[in-house]
Design a protein around this ligand. Structure first.
Ligand SMILES: [Zn+2]
Length: 334
C-alpha cells in the first residue's frame, strides 16, 4: 500500500488552466518527458511564484519576456507548447503515465519504468527488460497474477528480507529452509521448496537454469527463454509458490509440489475454457450508458467500490478507490 501511495504521489502532475493554483518552482507542471519541477537553481532570485504570473492576462498567452527572464531558452520553448485556458478554466491535477489521466495498474507500471529511467540508475535494466515488462500485460492469466508478477519484479513482496529491511521483523532468513535470506528470488526460485515445485512442472521449466539476484532479471530470462503458454504457466506457478509459502508462514502444512502443479494446470484449463466461452458468447446490450463520476461536495471524500464473485470457487474480489473533492485519488484498495 505504501509503495502504491508513493507511486500515486509521484504520478501526480499539473495540467495548466489559468495557472492560479500552481507554484512555478515547487509543483510538477512541465509536460513530459520534462515532467519534473523546473530546476530549483533557476529560482534563487525569482520574484515570481505562481504560474499565472507568467501568463499575459490580457492577451491570454504566455508572457515571453517574462519566460526568457527566468528560464533558459530550451525550457521557454517547452513552456510555450503548454496550452493555457482562454476562459477561466482552473488548473487540474492529472496522473502521469497515462494519456487520459486515468491511473490504472498498467499506467502505474509505465510510470514506474519512466521514473526508474529518469532516476538514471535503473535505466539500463529498464531497457533490457522492457519487452518482458510490456508483454506481462498480454499474458492470459488472471489480473491477480499480473499484479503479483509486477510486485515481485519491483521487489515489493513482504519477504522476511524486505520486512527486516523496513525494521518490521528481526529475522531475514527463509522460514522454510532457514539456509539463506528470504529474498524474492530465493522464495520464488532458488529455495529448495520452490525448486521442488519447478522440477515437477512442464519439461521446459524443469530444464531451466537461471541466475541473478534481482527477481526482475529472473523474470526477464523466463520471458526470453519460454514460449507464451509456458510463460503463463510459470506466472501462475510463481503466484502459487508465494501463496503456499504464506500458508506455511501462517501455520499450515507446506503443500505437496504435485498439488501446486495440478492446481495450476486446472486453473489454466479453466481460463482457456472461459476465454473460448467469452469469444463465442453474444454479449447482451449495455442496459444504460456509462455514468460519469461526480466529485463529492467540498471537504468530503467519496469511495467507489466494485466486487466480483466466482461462485464455483466461492471467491470474492473487492476493489475500492477513495477520492477527495478535487477528484484526487487518496487510496486504492484491492
Ligand atoms: Zn528457502
Amino acid at each position: 500500500m505504501q509503495a502504491s501511495l508513493k507511486l500515486l504521489r509521484a504520478g501526480l502532475s499539473w495540467r495548466i488552466g489559468n495557472g492560479l493554483q500552481v507554484k512555478i518552482w515547487e509543483d510538477k507542471w512541465l509536460p513530459r518527458p520534462h515532467f519534473l519541477v523546473p530546476p530549483s537553481n533557476l529560482n534563487d532570485t525569482a520574484t515570481v511564484t505562481w504560474v499565472s504570473e507568467l501568463i499575459n492576462r490580457v492577451l491570454r498567452c504566455w508572457d515571453e519576456s517574462l519566460l526568457t527572464k527566468w528560464f533558459p531558452q530550451s525550457m521557454v520553448d517547452i513552456i510555450k507548447t503548454i496550452p493555457i485556458s482562454l476562459g477561466q478554466r482552473g488548473d487540474r491535477m492529472i496522473r502521469e503515465g497515462t494519456n487520459n489521466g486515468i491511473f490504472t495498474v498498467k499506467s502505474a507500471y509505465n510510470l514506474h519504468r519512466e521514473l526508474l529511467a529518469n532516476e538514471g540508475g535503473g535505466s539500463s535494466m529498464v531497457q533490457t527488460q522492457s519487452d518482458s515488462w510490456k508483454d506481462m500485460w498480454k499474458l492470459q492469466v488472471p489480473n491477480s497474477v499480473r499484479m503479483f508478477l509486477w510486485r515481485a519484479c519491483n521487489d515489493s513482496l513482504p519477504t522476511f528480507k524486505n520486512l527486516q529491511k523496513r525494521k518490521i521483523t528481526e529475522d531475514k532468513m527463509c522460514p522454510i529452509c532457514h539456509l539463506e535470506e528470504e529474498s524474492v528470488t530465493h522464495v520464488l526460485w532458488s529455495c529448495g521448496a520452490a525448486q521442488d515445485v519447478w522440477c515437477q512442472a512442464s519439461r521446459q521449466l524443469q530444464k531451466l537454469s537461471l541466475d541473478g539476484t534481482h527477481f526482475e532479471s529472473i523474470w526477464g530470462q523466463l520471458y526470453r527463454k519460454l514460449p507464451k503458454p509456458t510463460l503463463e504457466e510459470a506466472g501462475m506457478l510463481l503466484r502459487l509458490i508465494w501463496s503456499r509459502r504464506n500458508d506455511y508462514v501462517h501455520g499450515k502444512e507446506l503443500r505437496h509440489p504435485k498439488e501446486i502443479i495440478n492446481k495450476v494446470h486446472e486453473d489454466l484449463q479453466c481460463l482457456k475454457e472461459n476465454n473460448s466461452n467469452v469469444l463465442t458468447a453474444t454479449l447482451p446490450a449495455c442496459p444504460q450508458s456509462p455514468q460519469r463520476w461526480k466529485k463529492p461536495p467540498e471537504g468530503r471524500y467519496k469511495m467507489n467500490w466494485d466486487a466480483a464473485f466466482n461462485t464455483s470457487k466461492n471467491l470474492i474480489g473487492i476493489g475500492a478507490i477513495i477520492r477527495d473533492y478535487n477528484g484526487l485519488v487518496l487510496v486504492i484498495l484491492y
